[in-house]
Design a protein. Structure first.
Ligand SMILES: Cc1cc2nc3c(=O)[nH]c(=O)nc-3n(C[C@H](O)[C@H](O)[C@H](O)COP(=O)(O)OP(=O)(O)OC[C@H]3O[C@@H](n4cnc5c(N)ncnc54)[C@H](O)[C@@H]3O)c2cc1C
Length: 402
């Protein structure tokens, strides 16, 4: 039984507590029994999960809005609680939920009324699958290096280039695409567009098999014409659109990692309590206890950072780059260690293909890379700390001068 005492923390309202409990019950029945995904069935499993999540109205939390959404704005605490809970039950369920949110997030935050009306209700009902296409072969961590271009032509933009590592690539019905429109050099010359998967000139170049299967692809754009009405925000605001969207969803990556870690801890506690070693329960061995203590500490510290970031975004500030970076960095790195410890506690069983801790070991790895690798999060945290220090120093100088 997973520890739920964190739900009593002051970050949450009673509505959040009820959400976490109801979703846990639902996921125990509708998600946990599903098999592990493999390449041949992963698309169908994702479609089925989106259908189930939509049918039970959980996608309402990923897609806010006036047209039947639960809230006017994304509630990051709900998103994190949902990702943590789904991640604890089945990584692909978390993925299916998260991508509906990330893929449509820029429309929720920056879309015109018309775009919101025509896309968001369908995403919420699971009728359209969403994806977020930022990365390129030469522009992953360095977003400002994007080479894909979007050139104005009458009422349209014409997009040419390549996007890669795109989750839901090949499965999605539409993509939020970032391309260079050239208003200024680097990050200031990007714009964001909604591009339907069926648009002529857009094709799936290849599917990329990964260690924990989920739909992932490289996309090619060749003279792909997109109406100007599909622009998100203003021309040249693409970087801002991408970063504001990631700001919301980055903490939720930490939440998914937290869910994986909590599951690993639960599995390890169960095993250590039931297994006998050297004539006594394994849980009596002090080196095992030391591991369990480190794991429990890591889980709680991750939860504090994740829900601090989510609460800050919901209740205090629009941008939470520092808090979200800390949550993502700490929770993903810690989850990797917690899961590794769980594998160790299971001994040989821990590396048997398909065992829950073996699955978690593969599933957690990519989270330290996507939506900003751990090193990128460190850069964000250090820059914010330096900027705060500089502000303090100049205000101290100013007050000494007056
Ligand atoms: C499973 C998976 C799913 C993904 N889904 C999507 C998606 O849906 N949409 C999308 O747009 N992209 C997606 N990505 C892409 C992901 O965001 C990029 O892989 C990531 O940003 C890293 O870019 P890169 O792979 O080009 O590595 P690079 O940019 O080449 O970086 C390589 C490594 O360099 C290190 N590094 C980076 N910056 C610094 C620094 N400043 N100082 C020191 N070291 C540094 C990091 O360790 C990093 O892992 C996904 C990736 C994976 C693996």
């Amino acid at each position: 039984m997973a520890d739920r005492s964190y739900l009593d923390w002051p970050f949450f309202d009673n509505e959040h507590r009820a959400l976490a409990r109801d979703l846990d019950d639902w996921a125990t029945e509708h998600v946990r029994p599903m098999p592990e995904a493999h390449e041949e069935i992963v698309d169908e499993m994702c479609r089925e999960l989106v259908r189930r999540l939509a049918g039970a109205s959980w996608l309402d939390y990923a897609v806010p809005g006036a047209q039947g959404g639960r809230r006017e704005a994304l509630d990051v605490r709900s998103l994190c609680l949902i990702r943590e809970t789904l991640g604890r039950h089945h990584a692909l369920a978390d993925f299916a939920f998260a991508m509906q949110g990330l893929g449509s997030g820029a429309i929720s935050l920056f879309g015109s009324g018309e775009l919101k009306t025509s896309y968001l209700p369908a995403v919420r009902r699971g009728k359209r699958i969403a994806a977020f296409a930022l990365s390129e072969p030469e522009a992953g961590s360095d977003v400002a290096a994007i080479e894909t271009t979007a050139v104005e032509d009458g009422d349209h933009y014409v997009i040419d280039g390549t996007k890669t590592w795109i989750s839901n690539g090949g499965l999605a019905d539409f993509y939020t695409v970032f391309a260079r429109t050239g208003e200024a050099p680097g990050a200031k010359g990007l714009s964001a567009f909604v591009v339907d998967a069926a648009t002529p000139g857009l094709e799936v170049v290849e599917r990329i098999p990964v260690m924990a299967p989920h739909p992932l692809a490289t996309l090619g754009f060749d003279g792909c014409r997109v109406p100007k009405s599909h622009l998100l925000g203003e021309p040249g605001e693409g970087f801002k659109v991408a970063m504001a969207t990631l700001d919301v969803f980055r903490s939720t990556v930490g939440a998914a990692a937290l869910g994986f870690a909590r599951r690993a801890l639960d599995e390890a506690l169960e095993r250590a309590s039931g297994r006998r070693l050297f004539g006594e329960p394994m849980s009596e061995l002090q080196m095992v206890q030391s591991k369990l203590a480190d794991m429990a500490l890591g889980v709680d510290a991750s939860a504090l950072l994740v829900y601090r970031a989510a609460w800050t975004r919901d209740c205090v500030a629009d941008r939470v780059s520092r808090e979200a970076a800390m949550a993502k960095l700490y929770a993903t790195e810690t989850a990797q260690r917690v899961i590794d410890d769980a594998v160790q506690i299971f001994g040989g069983l821990g590396v048997v293909a398909g065992h829950p801790v073996e699955r978690l070991y593969r599933e957690v790895r990519a989270l330290r890379i996507y939506e900003g690798a751990s090193e990128v999060q460190k850069v964000i945290i250090a820059r914010q700390a330096l900027a705060a220090h500089e502000r303090e120093a100049s205000s101290a100088t100013a007050s000494r001068g007056t």
